[in-house]
Design a protein around this ligand. Sequence first.
Ligand code: 5GP
Length: 138
Amino acid sequence: MTAYDDQNIFAKILRGEIPNVTVYEDDDTLCFMDIMPRTDGHCLVIPKTPCRNVLDANDAQLAAVMSTVRKVANAAKTAFGADGVTLQQFNEAAGGQEVFHLHFHIHPRHEGVSMRPAGTMGDMDAIKAHAEAIRAAL
Ligand code: 5GP
């Protein structure tokens, strides 16, 4: 398996080298808003320690990340009055992964509403307001 590259964008976020809109943080995990949100409330949960994805993560990393995913997913569902939540997680380029630090996407979902296409920058004021709504529900 390819080695972890500490120049990936999420490693830079963890080191504070580039900004992020933080939703939740504990000793082992960070949750922050996706800058190209495919749903209102689209956020990402990552471990604070390095691994590329699920394929090389250790049990402690996975346990910590899933605990935070459950916590934030429930808060996001409440914050947006959502009917459900979609989790996305991609492994290696062939699996759809673009940033090679393990992450889970959290998407609050409403009946009959499709996710937006990937790759469009979001409005930062809206992203910050959505983060605040999730934080308030935590
Ligand atoms: P994936 O690796 O799961 O295919 O996609 C990576 C995700 O990271 C995408 O949803 C993309 O919008 C998001 N992303 C890429 N660069 C940044 C960034 O600099 N900051 C934040 N917050 N999200 C990013």
